[in-house]
Design a protein around this ligand. Structure first.
Ligand code: HEC
Length: 143
C-alpha cells in the first residue's frame, strides 16, 4: 500500500467514526423526554407491588438482599445504557425464581413505574415492551 492510500484510508476511517458519533449524539430520545404516560406507571406500580416489592421494597429503596431500584446509585448503574438493556435485565432475570411469571407487558409497565420513581417525567407515548423502540431510548442518570 502506498503512503497516500494509507492516508486516504485513515481519513475515511476517521470520518466514519465521527459520523457514527454524530448519529449517536443526535440519536433520539432519553428517559428524560417523557417516554411513558402516567397511567402506565400507575399500572406498573400495581404489578411491582405484586411481583417485586417483597425484595426491592415498597418504595423501591431495596431490601436486605436486593438493591434499590430508585435513587442516585441505581441511576448511575444504568447511566449510558438503553431502556432496552434495563428492560432485558428485568425480562430475563426478575423475579429471580421465575422470570416468566410476569408478562412482558407488565414488565414494560413496571419499567415505566421505575422511571417515574427515579424522577423521570411522564409524557404521552406508551413505553413499548418491544426491544426495537426501547433500544432507541437512552437511559441517563440526569437530564
Ligand atoms: C426474591 C427477591 C426478588 C424479587 C421478587 C425481585 N428481585 Fe430484582 N433483584 C433481586 C436481587 C437479589 C438482585 C441483585 C442480584 C441479582 O442481580 O440477581 C436483583 C436485581 C435487580 C435489578 C438490577 C438492579 C441494578 O442496580 O442493576 C433490577 C433492575 C431488578 N432486580 C428488578 C426487579 C423487578 C422489576 C422485579 C419484579 C418484576 C424484581 N426485581 C423482583 C431480588 C429480587
Amino acid at each position: 500500500m502506498t503512503n497516500r492510500m494509507a492516508a486516504a484510508l485513515l481519513i475515511a476511517g476517521a470520518a466514519a467514526v465521527l459520523a457514527a458519533g454524530a448519529v449517536a449524539a443526535g440519536q433520539g430520545r432519553t428517559v428524560w423526554d417523557g417516554v411513558y404516560p402516567a397511567e402506565q406507571a400507575r399500572r406498573g406500580a400495581e404489578a411491582y407491588a405484586q411481583a417485586c416489592a417483597e425484595c426491592h421494597g415498597a418504595d423501591l429503596g431495596g431490601g436486605d438482599m436486593a438493591p434499590g431500584l430508585a435513587g442516585v446509585q441505581f441511576a448511575y448503574n444504568w447511566h449510558g445504557f438503553s431502556a432496552r438493556d434495563l428492560f432485558e435485565r428485568l425480562r430475563v432475570s426478575m423475579p429471580p425464581d421465575q422470570p416468566n411469571r410476569v408478562s412482558r407487558q407488565d414488565k414494560a409497565d413496571i419499567l415505566a413505574f421505575m422511571l417515574e420513581a427515579n424522577g423521570m417525567p411522564a409524557g404521552d407515548a406508551e413505553l413499548a415492551s418491544r426491544a426495537g423502540p426501547l433500544g432507541a431510548i437512552r437511559f441517563l442518570a440526569e437530564p
